[in-house]
Ligand binder design. Sequence first.
Ligand SMILES: NC(=O)c1ccc[n+]([C@@H]2O[C@H](COP(=O)([O-])OP(=O)(O)OC[C@H]3O[C@@H](n4cnc5c(N)ncnc54)[C@H](O)[C@@H]3O)[C@@H](O)[C@H]2O)c1
Length: 266
Amino acid sequence: MADENARIQKILAMKNLELENLLRLESKTALVTAAGAGIGQATARMFAAEGAKVVATDINEASLEILAEEGITTCVLDVTSNEAVENLALELGAQDILFNCAGFVHHGTILDCDEEAFDFSYNLNVKAAYRMTRAFLPSMLEAGGGSIVNMSSAVSSIIAAPNRFVYGATKAAVIGMTKSIAADYVTQGIRCNAICPATVESPSLQERIRAMGDYETSRAAFVARQPMGRIGTAEEIASLALYLASDESGFVTGQAISIDGGWANV
Ligand SMILES: NC(=O)c1ccc[n+]([C@@H]2O[C@H](COP(=O)([O-])OP(=O)(O)OC[C@H]3O[C@@H](n4cnc5c(N)ncnc54)[C@H](O)[C@@H]3O)[C@@H](O)[C@H]2O)c1
C-alpha cells in the first residue's frame, strides 16, 4: 500500500499535478461552438469531464438536449450572428477556453462555387471564429489570458483534396488567422492554436457519404484517404482540443496541429 501511494505520488509529481487538482481543466471556464454534434459535442463532453465549467452552444437547440441531460450548460448560438455573439460575450464575460468549432463542408470545384456559396463558407468557417474571438478576447485579456482553439482541417494550406475548393481556402484562412492572433497576444497570456483533422466520424460526414450515392464505395473512399486505413473519432480530436485548452500545452501557440491518420505525411 505504501509502495502504491509512493508510486501514485511520483506519477502526480511527474505530471505536475496534486491530488486535489487531478482534473485537467479544474476551475476553468470553456465555451464551445457547434457543440450539438460531432467533434464539438465530444469536446464539450470531455472538457466537462475534466472539470471545466462548459457552455455548449449550437444553432440547433434540439441537438444540445443530450448535453443538457448530462448536466452541461447549453445555449443556442448562431455564430454567423454578430448580435447573438456579442450578447453572449457580454452575458458570460471572460472564458478561459474558447473552442471555435463551427464549420461547413462545401462540395465542389471553383466552378461549382458561386459567390453565395463562397460567402456562406467564409462567413461560417472563417468570419465566425473572427467574430467570436473579437467578442471574447477583450475579457480574456482583462482576466490575464486564455486558450483559443480554432477548427481548421488537413484540407487547408496543408494538403488539397478534390472538390474541396472553398473548404480548403477557408480552412487555410483559419490557420493564418490563428497564427496572427497567437503572434499579437503571445505576451499577454493568450495562446491560439488550430486543429487540422483528416476525415472524422460525424453526422455531417455521414451526410456527405450518403450524398455521394453508393454508401459502401463512398465510405471506402473516405477511409482510404488516411494511410492508417480508418476514419478518426470525434473523441480523438477532442483529446487534442483538451490538450490545447489545458495548461499542459502552456508553451504551445500559433500551431496548426495535424491529427490525420498519416494523410498529410504521404
Ligand atoms: N468531420 C470531419 O471529417 C472533419 C474533418 C476536419 C475538420 N472538421 C471540422 O470540424 C468542425 C466540426 O465538424 P463535425 O463534422 O464534427 O460536425 P458536424 O458538421 O457534423 O456538426 C456541426 C454542428 O455545427 C452546427 N452548426 C451549423 N451551423 C452553425 C452556426 N451557424 N452556428 C452554430 N452552430 C452551427 C450544427 O447544428 C451541428 O450541430 C467543422 O469546422 C469541420 O469543418 C471536420
